[in-house]
Design a protein around this ligand. Structure first.
Ligand code: BGC
Length: 581
């Protein structure tokens, strides 16, 4: 049944947008994506550096001693420790995880920074924090200096990961939003790969009098940081950011420039209205925790949680350590990391091609099943073939573990990797979108911190069972997607309200019986909210002044024109409301 609902309102005008992609918008998005490259570079550099002997010797001497012992064992010595525990060092893990702890705090601050000072300012600040962090790390003399350096990088990541996806979504023309958003993840995976290659190249730089390889590895983060900082200075802020800070004319000028045309009335008015509506709703924090937003709040918290508890970062952070535990030399451990990094990049391209064609849920479920099978296989092979007495595993099973880790990474890279950032950024209505993105970033960093801080300890105590633990969570997340996540493919962001109100489970949570009845009768706005919801019990209640600006259908389906809608926008459009959930 094709549901043709006649409205002209926030979102319903999207067919009037004049949004042909311009070279300018591609250049802007390329610069903003360098934020993703920085994130990826930081993710990728850590695991490799922490497996380098001269780095360990300087900052983590006890881990270094255990590592030496382990190497001796591989060369035929006697075993003193469980090899699974070689890298079980809280301080070493803190080196990896502090980035996320600090990132978490700064992701919250970024919510205000993007709102008060703009997306552009927040990205430039992220670039500056990265420059300071990379500098401190490259010249670190002791552990505190190293940790402070990581904290600055966390500042950068917190600011960059909250603001850059917002910047991309707001700058991108609607029909390219999905692909450009995944561009951020693409840059992330490229950053991870480049970091792996650099680690591979610098690992042998440890001769006396020579610059230590790890210093070069961590210091090179300065290159994408400079691109983000200086590139950011040349970027304009987004029209949405400018208009919400009262710079309406400047916002319009930027919109005309990025769209390459003067006829941007429809999109311009949508942005103005959306900004008005969002301003009118006070107490956003409270609103987000009310019943009406339960489904989107679940997405903001759970999708990043599941993304991290898939166990991906056991590979991204610590694959080199795992391969050393299993007896590979440092050289081949880092090479394996590079191979996994390349698979990660290539598979992200698959996501870009598939996501708007086959939908989010199909990718999520296929990726989940693939990841499940791979981790069960890794656990089985490790359990059966790794001899903890000799610290050795035969070549065949070792190769099989690498193959399954690659297949796991591929499954993640075309599903939970990009969708873990895309879906939380698109399910929200305008009034909670920015805050929702802050919460999603925080959730991601909190659980990245937990994995970064405890994986090596888990590996020490649960051994190969660690992978069964993650496999359990992969089952949970796949079930969540099947039963509780609506499909968002092809749904304009302003019309997300419909899919939540049609979902078999969430419709009973977010609407009262009376609201459900009104919704079923078609008494809805273009955003899917019932008129009763808008006027009555919207949490934080929209101000009276704002309500008339939201065009809506009356009970009889008659179009109610916003009091101050520009005449040019009088045309009535048809939007498709027959979304499959
Ligand atoms: C995740 C990171 C992960 C990366 C791997 C991102 O989407 O948030 O935690 O390391 O993907 O490509």
């Amino acid at each position: 049944m094709g549901g043709g609902l006649v409205v002209t309102a926030t979102g319903g005008r999207s067919t009037d947008y004049n949004s042909k992609p311009t070279v300018y918008v591609f250049v802007l998005c390329l610069v903003a994506s360098s934020a993703g490259a920085l994130f990826g570079y930081d993710l990728g550099i850590t695991g490799g550096v922490t497996s380098m002997p001269n780095f360990l010797e300087k900052f983590f001497p006890s881990t270094y001693a255990k590592n030496q012992e382990h190497q001796a064992l591989i060369d035929g010595g006697e075993i003193a420790n469980n090899p699974y525990c070689t890298y079980n060092d809280m301080k070493l893990q803190a080196f990896t995880s502090t980035l996320f702890l600090s990132g978490l705090v700064f992701a919250i601050i970024a919510n205000w920074s993007t709102k008060w000072y703009g997306r552009r300012f927040t990205m430039i600040t992220a670039g500056a924090a990265f420059i300071v962090g990379a500098f401190l790390m490259a010249f670190a003399q002791n552990l505190p200096m190293l940790v402070v350096g990581r904290a600055f990088l966390g500042w950068g990541v917190g600011f960059a990961n909250q603001s850059a996806p917002l910047y991309l979504s707001e700058m991108a023309p609607a029909q390219l939003r999905g692909a450009l958003n995944i561009g951020f993840q693409m840059a992330t995976t490229l950053g991870i790969l480049v970091a792996g290659l650099i680690n591979y190249g610098t690992q042998h730089m440890d001769k006396p009098g020579q610059l230590a390889g790890w210093r070069l590895s961590v210091g090179l983060a300065i290159v994408p940081a400079l691109v983000l900082f200086f590139g950011g200075l040349l970027l304009p802020d987004t029209p949405n950011g400018l208009i919400s800070r009262g710079k309406v004319q400047e916002g319009r000028r930027v919109l005309e420039r990025v769209r390459g045309t003067k006829s941007v009335d429809a999109e311009f008015t949508d942005i103005c209205e959306a900004v008005e509506v969002s301003k009118a709703i006070s107490g956003k924090w409270r609103a987000l925790f009310s019943k009406k937003y339960r489904g989107v709040l679940a997405v903001s918290v759970l999708i990043p949680f599941f993304q991290q508890f898939s166990g991906i970062n056991t590979i991204m952070f610590y694959a080199a350590e795992l391969f050393q535990v299993l007896g590979s030399g440092q050289n081949s451990s880092l090479l394996n990391t590079v191979i996994i990094g390349a698979v990660n990049v290539a598979s992200t391209v698959v996501a870009i091609v598939m996501v708007d064609r086959f939908g989010r849920k199909l990718l999520f479920v296929e990726g989940g099943i693939q990841m499940l099978v791979c981790f069960i296989a890794v656990a089985a092979i490790m359990g059966a073939s790794f001899n903890t007495q000799t610290g050795h595993i035969a070549n065949g099973p070792a190769a099989a573990i690498i193959v399954f880790e690659c297949l796991f990474t591929a499954g993640f890279a075309w599903s939970w990797g990009p969708l873990g950032w895309l879906v939380p950024s698109e399910v929200h209505s305008i009034e909670t979108r920015s805050l929702g993105m802050s919460i999603a970033t925080c959730s991601n960093f909190l659980f990245s911190f937990i994995i970064g801080q405890w994986y090596l300890t888990m590996l020490c105590s649960m051994e190969y069972g660690t992978y069964i633990f993650f496999a359990f969570w992969v089952v949970m997340m796949t079930l969540y997607v099947i039963f509780f996540l609506p499909e968002t493919k092809g749904v304009p962001v302003e019309e997300m309200g419909f899919i939540w109100r049609r979902h078999w489970f969430w419709k009973n949570v977010i609407m009262t019986p009376a609201e459900r009845a009104a919704f079923e009768k078609g008494d809805v706005t273009a955003t899917g909210m019932t008129a009763a919801e808008i006027e009555g019990d919207l949490p934080g209640k929209a101000s009276d002044a704002a309500v008339p600006q939201v065009a809506r259908l009356s009970m009889a389906g008659e179009y109610v024109k916003p009091a101050n809608a520009p005449e040019a926008l009088g045309a009535v459009n048809t939007i498709n409301t027959d979304y499959k959930v």
